[in-house]
Design a protein around this ligand. Sequence first.
Ligand code: ASP
Length: 348
Amino acid sequence: MNDRKNKVLLIYTGGTIGMVQDESGALQPFAMERIYDALPLLHRTDYLIDSHQLDRIIDSSNMTPEFWVDIATIIEQHYDEYDGFVVLHGTDTMAYTASALSFMFKNLSKPIVLTGSQLPLGMLRSDGRENIICALEIASGRQVVIPEVMIFFESHLYRGNRSTKVSAENFDAFSSFNFPSLASAGINITYKEHLFLPMPTAPLKVRKGFDRRIAVLKLFPGITPTVVQSVVRTPDLQGLIIETFGSGNAPTEKWFIDALQEALDKGVIVLNVTQCKAGAVQMRQYQASCDMDRIGVIGGHDITIEAAVTKMMYLLGSFPDDKAKVRDRLWRCLRGEISMQMTDEEEV
Ligand code: ASP
């Protein structure tokens, strides 16, 4: 009989979950050992837990692609030693990190679960305890192995690149509007296995190039040509995401289309993502998206803004000399981030 215990690597990056109050009452990050002080139960699990702390622990508002690379490198270096990984992360940008990691890890065959909390672990009413214990249980792969990057928060397990932070107040802080949760935790953890990404047959590939030279332009009624033009004319811009209305609609005025055309003429890749939480961009459904479609703006389908930002940076970083490939991969489903058949494209 094989009595090998499953092993999980717990990676601490910062965030409220590991914060304490300083003399002024402001929340500051603290060192990893405090997590075990606050949660002695961790010593009693049926699987083994090792921990690793980033050299610099941060409030996730300071998150950058360099930190994504650090997190991915730790996981990559220890990939064969562990059955799964839990990343403790601030909630503010957790959905961005989960999305970024999902693109970086092609052919992922082990679970990577991000979690955090709305109240510090040391506080009596903290939601952190439950979140960490469930995230570890899921990452241990004892019941089922989910080959995905996920977020566990307040009894829901979401696909990472489908999630969004929706509340700065409630414990139920995340949601996934365009894709159902992968599991829910009550008395039992109930998994919806039919929703999981397929187990890959090819070996893991980790890509770490990100190009930060992108911008997000959120439209609003009354937006001026000056604002749009100043974004479009950002020096060295490579990618532009426009957050449009409804099913991907934008002003039809000539100055607006001209500004986008100017960007496209310079080789900037322009992606249309809806401001709506649920539903998808459908280019040409209304007159108000026909001109964008005609000039070469790409429809983002039902991608979240977090996944759009990270996918754009990732593809520009992966194919620095081939904009045609970036454009082509942008509208395809690479890691389950949009509601479309996944591409089996080898290169991404
Ligand atoms: N500002 C914190 C962070 O994202 C909030 C949290 O952890 O919930 O790091």
